[in-house]
Design a protein around this ligand. Structure first.
Ligand code: M7G
Length: 329
């Protein structure tokens, strides 16, 4: 409970800071440069939506520099409830319009104040074709990638892609998100930065989501890991969990700590999520528990270089085409 209060207080403080930054609650929020994040937004397509998750993924056009238009991907998600704020709301006799009343059952419309109606909005702009496809619903197929398939098919494919990881370098160089860093080990070989993933609004620990990013560059994914990386991986596990316990009061055994294979971004990073949170990307064909990764490398330094790794690829994924062209699936 003590922790919920801390989070709620932080949420309140953030709200006050936001209001101060904007010179008042009514002012429109814009990006740091002052420009609106989505100038002149026109919807091109709804990529995906989920009534259950209360999310919608949109592709649209916005005004870029001069006459140019830019593609944008916008992800809108209704924020999870916070017990304290809803209990305050209900305790203040809010206006409730009846929709249905039958015996002991009642359904009402309640229009909450603006601060409880938060829609987390993630903007990717300019969005690449890959971003747009990432959120489009597609059939998926399993790949059984042998060690040699990685060398002959996957690695050349990854190297041919111009997928940018500038956002990762911005974080490592403190050019972006520096104020969000939760923990830092600055050792260039075995150090890392821990910060909230941009999937998490940081308002409640129930859906906690942080990422640890390796200081060392050039470790693309699980496939590159050998016993030489054990000190780095052990630091992430040990110091990452300690930092989360200290800041968010969640114990190590309440966390799911894993790597993705394939990842979307080829710079080594580790995901930390609340165990009770059904986060995207925790399926068995994608998530590899960090503790298992460490044990496997302790047993065999070439484990991830040599073993067959199974993962799913979307129908339109160019890597799937490479596997098909090589007669491997
Ligand atoms: P991944 O395993 O490469 O791919 O994880 P995924 O995105 O398909 O899961 C990258 C992780 O970094 C994801 O959890 C993203 O939500 C997160 N992420 C991506 N970007 C571009 C940013 C960013 O700019 N800031 C932060 N804090 N997190 C990001």
């Amino acid at each position: 409970m003590e922790h919920s209060n801390t989070m709620a207080e932080k949420g309140e403080k953030r709200k006050r800071d936001d209001e101060a930054d904007n010179n008042g609650p009514g002012k429109k929020e814009t990006s740091a440069g002052g420009e609106h994040p989505l100038p002149g937004f026109r919807l091109s397509a709804v990529l995906r939506e989920s009534a259950r998750d209360k999310t919608i993924f949109l592709h649209g056009k916005v005004n870029g520099d001069g006459e140019a238009t830019e593609d944008a991907v916008v992800i809108m998600e209704r924020a999870p409830f916070q017990a304290e704020s809803v209990s305050n709301l209900l305790g203040n006799n809010p206006a409730m319009t009846v929709q249905l009343k039958n015996d002991i059952y009642g359904v009402y419309h309640l229009s909450p104040p603006a601060e409880l109606n938060d829609i987390k909005t993630t903007v990717i702009r300019p969005a690449t074709e890959k971003h747009i496809k990432k959120y489009l619903h597609q059939e998926v197929y399993l790949i059984q990638e042998k060690g040699e398939d990685y060398k002959n098919i996957t690695l050349p494919f990854i190297e041919s892609q111009s997928s940018s990881i500038q956002w990762v370098y911005n974080i490592l160089e403190k050019k972006a998100e520096a104020d969000r860093i939760v923990y830092e080990n600055s050792d260039p070989e075995n150090g890392f930065l821990l910060l909230p993933d941009f999937k998490w609004n940081q308002k409640q620990v129930e859906d906690l989501y942080l990422i640890a990013i390796s200081q060392k560059r050039g470790i693309k994914s699980l496939r590159d890991l050998t016993a030489d990386h054990l000190p780095l991986l052990r630091n992430i596990l040990q110091e990452g969990t300690e930092a989360i316990l200290k800041r968010y009061k969640l114990q190590a055994n309440q966390l799911r700590i894993f790597l993705h294979y394939q990842p979307s971004y080829y710079h080594l990073h580790v995901h930390f999520t609340a165990l009770g949170h059904d986060a995207p990307g925790i399926t068995v064909e994608r998530a590899h528990l960090l503790s298992d990764v460490i044990q496997n490398l302790e047993m065999n330094s070439r484990y991830y270089e040599t073993r067959t790794l199974t993962y799913a690829l979307r129908e339109d994924d160019a890597l799937l085409k490479c596997f098909k062209d090589s007669g491997k699936c």
